[in-house]
Design a protein around this ligand. Structure first.
Ligand code: SF4
Length: 249
């Protein structure tokens, strides 16, 4: 599984776990998880699509629809510009006014291709020309542009330890989490930014930090209560070792 989807999968499990436990958090913006393996202008287009889909619709349904689009089509302006409402709309799942929004997105893709060389503009007056982009949507997009200038994924040692335990980060020296200075070095930042959108990390890290405090604690992780235990390699390894010990007894 691609590291970005593995991360998203873990992240969603954490979100539902916190919700069940009634632990409050604000993770608005997760739906904007553009495919960071794509070129910048494609990510920008995907973010515009997510913003349009998100109007009057729950993040969860936007995430599902965005995943369908990422997996099933060449999800860029040039390709979407050629699609019909029906062929685009079939990938939307639980989106309010899905037909109308499909039309708006296709028209937006056509405007981007014909007038902006496939690039999403950053001037609010030009953003206004895109279909389905009202005042709030433009503000949201401009926030994304603003945060793009400060590309940085800020990690705490305990969060990095969680990413190492779940093997979202692999092949790194296990000792690095003990020194905060290492967290900002370019090598680790490049790796993190290959699957975590730094623009979104500001909201994504909130539920993860809460989960780490509650369950995957540094000293004594509560693995038996953890919703990730079936997929967590650290737990699976220790479970296997204990089974072997029992067999030897
Ligand atoms: S199973 Fe244990 S080590 Fe793995 S994420 Fe959960 S609490 Fe952390």
């Amino acid at each position: 599984m691609k590291i970005q989807y593995k991360f998203l999968n873990y992240f969603n499990t954490i979100r539902y776990f916190l919700k069940d436990k009634k632990i409050q958090f604000d993770a608005a913006g997760t739906h904007l998880l553009a495919d960071t393996s794509q070129k910048e202008h494609i990510q920008d287009f995907q973010a515009v699509v997510a913003i349009i889909l998100n109007q009057q619709t729950r993040n969860y349904n936007v995430e599902k629809s965005m995943r369908n689009l990422k997996f099933n089509i060449y999800f860029n302006a040039a390709q979407v510009a050629k699609m019909s409402q029906k062929s685009f709309g079939k990938y939307l799942d639980g989106i309010t006014y899905g037909g109308k929004k499909s039309d708006q997105i296709i028209q937006t893709a056509q405007i981007l291709v014909n007038e902006f060389n496939g690039q999403v503009p950053t001037d609010p007056k030009e953003l206004k020309k895109l279909k389905g982009m009202g005042k709030n949507s433009i503000e949201l997009y401009l926030k994304r542009v603003e945060s793009k200038q400060t590309k940085h994924v800020t990690l705490t040692p305990k969060t990095l330890l969680f990413l190492l335990r779940t093997q979202i980060i692999t092949g790194k020296e296990i000792g690095i989490y003990q020194d905060e200075n290492y967290l900002n070095n370019p090598e680790i930042q490049n790796y993190l930014q290959s699957f975590i959108d730094p623009i979104l990390w500001k909201t994504l890290h909130i539920p993860i930090d809460l989960f780490v405090d509650e369950i995957c604690q540094e000293e004594k992780p509560k693995c038996l209560e953890c919703p990730l235990r079936d997929k967590c390699p650290t737990f699976q390894m220790s479970f296997q070792n204990n089974q072997n010990l029992l067999k030897e007894d």
